[in-house]
Structure formats: C-alpha cells, structure tokens
Write a protein that binds this ligand. Sequence first.
Ligand SMILES: *Cc1c(COP(=O)(O)O)cnc(C)c1O
Length: 392
Amino acid sequence: MTSEPGRSTINIWGGEERSFQDGSTQVPVVHSVSFGYPDLDSWLDVALGKADGHIYGRNTNPTVSVFEEKVRLLEGGEAATSASTGMAIISNALHAILDPGHKIVSVKDTYGGTSLLFTTFLPRMGYECVLVDTNNTQAIEAAVAEGCDLLYLETPTNPTLKILDLERLTAAGHAAGAIVMVDNTFATPINQSPISFGADLVVHSATKFLGGHADALGGVAVGRQDLIDQIYGYREINGATLHPEAAYLLLRGMKTLSLRIERQNQNAQMVAEYLSGHPKVATVNYPGLKTHHGHGIAAKQMRGFGGMLSFSLGNNLDTVRNLLPKLRFAHMAANLGAVETIVGPPATTSHVECSAAEREALGIPEGLIRYSAGIEDIDDLLSDLDQALEGV
Ligand SMILES: *Cc1c(COP(=O)(O)O)cnc(C)c1O
C-alpha cells in the first residue's frame, strides 16, 4: 500500500528521482546552456512539447526543474514554474495573466516591491489597482464584487503580520470570476496551504524561508496548469530565469525546511510572548498571540504561526537606531527567513523601495522593528533581547 508522503519526506525526496545520474545521490547542478539531440525528430518532439526534455537554459534546466517540482509537491498544485527572484515571479505572473484594462484588487499591506507594482508601475501601463484596508474583510469583498480580474492576497503580511481569511476571500474572488493569487512567503508551505482553500496560484520569494540560508535569490509559482503555462511562456521570453546554481542552493536549503520552520515557529512564539510582557515594548504583532487581531483565522488556516513578528517601543526611529546594534545574535539586514535571526525597520527592509510618505500612507509605522526568528537557542535570543532592551 502506498500513501502520499508527508511534507518532511517531500523536503528530502520530492522531485529528485529523475535527476540522479551515474549513481549520484544529490541533484547535479547542470551548467550546460544548451541540450543536444542525436537526431532532428527527437529534438523536434521536445521543442513541440511532445516529449520531456530541455532545449535551452533560458527556458528550462534539469536542476531548476527539480526545485520547481519539490515546491509543487509541497504546495499541492497542478504545476510550477520559477524565476530569478520573488519579484520576478510576481511581476511576470501579473504580466502573463493580465492585460491592460484589467482590474486587480489587493490590500495595502503587501510586500513593498509588490505594493510599488500596484501603486506605480501597473497603473502606468493601464492596469487598474484597488488597494483595500487589510483588516477590513467586508471592504475587500465589496471591492471584489464591483468587478475584479485578479485578487492578490498575502498572509501573514509584511511587516505588520495582518491575517487575511483565505477561505472567505478566495470564495469572494471566485464569485466575481477573478483569479486568486496568494503570496505564501511568510507562512511557507509547512505552515499554510492556500491551494487547499481554493487559491488558483501561490507565489514565493524562495530567497526567504524556502532557501533559508540567505545565499540564493529565487522565486516560484505553483497552481493551475493553464496559469502556470502562461507564466512560464512569458517568463521564458522576459528572460528572468532562475540560475541552476541558485536552484541547487534552494534545493539544499529545502532539505531542512520542516525542521527549520518548526523551530522558527517556536522561537517566534516565545519571543513574541516575552516582548508582550516587557514594560518598554508598546506593541507586538504576532498571529500566535491570543490578543492578535487575526489570531482566530490564523489558527484555522495555519498549521503554525510562522517565524516572523514585528514590535515597537514607540513610533520613533531613534529608539530603533539605538536598540538594534545592541543585539548580539541578530543581523541588521534586509532579509528574512534565514537560519540566523534578522532584524530591521521597514524603512530599510520590506519597504525600502517606498518613501516615508508612502510608508505612512500604507500604515507602516517608522518605529516598527521586523524580527525574523532564526533557529538559535531560544534562551540566547531572549537574554539577548533582555540586555538590549535594558540599555535603551
Ligand atoms: C522578499 C519578498 C518578496 C520579493 O522577493 P525577492 O526574492 O526579494 O525578489 C515578495 N514577497 C514577500 C512577502 C517577500 O518577503
């Protein structure tokens, strides 16, 4: 009797079977740009999509294909395709699926780069983008009901950790005939499966938790075959191809995805609870806290609450400037989801692309600190925060 393998098993084995050569037990990094054929007919079969194979490295590559297949299995979608970065897969997906004149509904709290697509670049090209208050589910439903071609969701959001109701909003999107696309970067497929709630497309910045070691950029989309075909067809010509070396690093990182996420979930929960009880801390945003606005929905749709939180000591960048360098076990850097704890304010991380006025319009406080919990010993993370807070 065979059953579907679990997520930890997919981390290790998923998608790898076909790539082993000459007894290798690890996926080879194939650097070859082109792929040769012994005769014209077998070459033509691959070119026409009648047989599996690779032709040219901008289009497909064996190492990259294994990475796509592993993420596809984890997200439970029909098909997957990749791009050189998270922003590349998001922008390529939007351009591939939509035409000028189409309407996108999304929320104010999407990742800074995505938000700039919605506020600046896409409107300039004739797309209509409506951004709704993230915590107002009824307002999102109302905007979608007025006509919507694509509903773009991200949950938990970056950096304020707001939660969107995936089941309810996906139903609203489909009722309006919209495609529903979800950025699952913060949750990871270990904690949340948007396709199980009906989402048509899931995208990731693989740079973050999937890779997990802050040493490779990448983006990936999983979902309906027809949509993935369109995204692949566009990305192939757009040229933002994932490099095979990066695909290998992402694959290697993904071997420990479940282990890392379990630890990051635990560490983030403990840090959030510690900060909530600290007299100098004004606010803590973490969906695992019972006091969090979206805790109930998060508990319903997530298997774990994730490794990301944010907090503030007040709305003041000087306090942030003072506090962060005191932390011994945290990089001050514009990244998240790595094995090391990483901290930074939105002004230099998620919303570095936005001006202070744009951040204010998006409701992102300047004094907020984004905290990406690593896999260190929790006692060290807590005592580190303790001594740093003592000093401010
Ligand atoms: C980082 C990030 C992106 C963009 O990914 P890159 O790999 O940096 O291009 C998109 N969405 C979210 C939620 C992110 O955190």
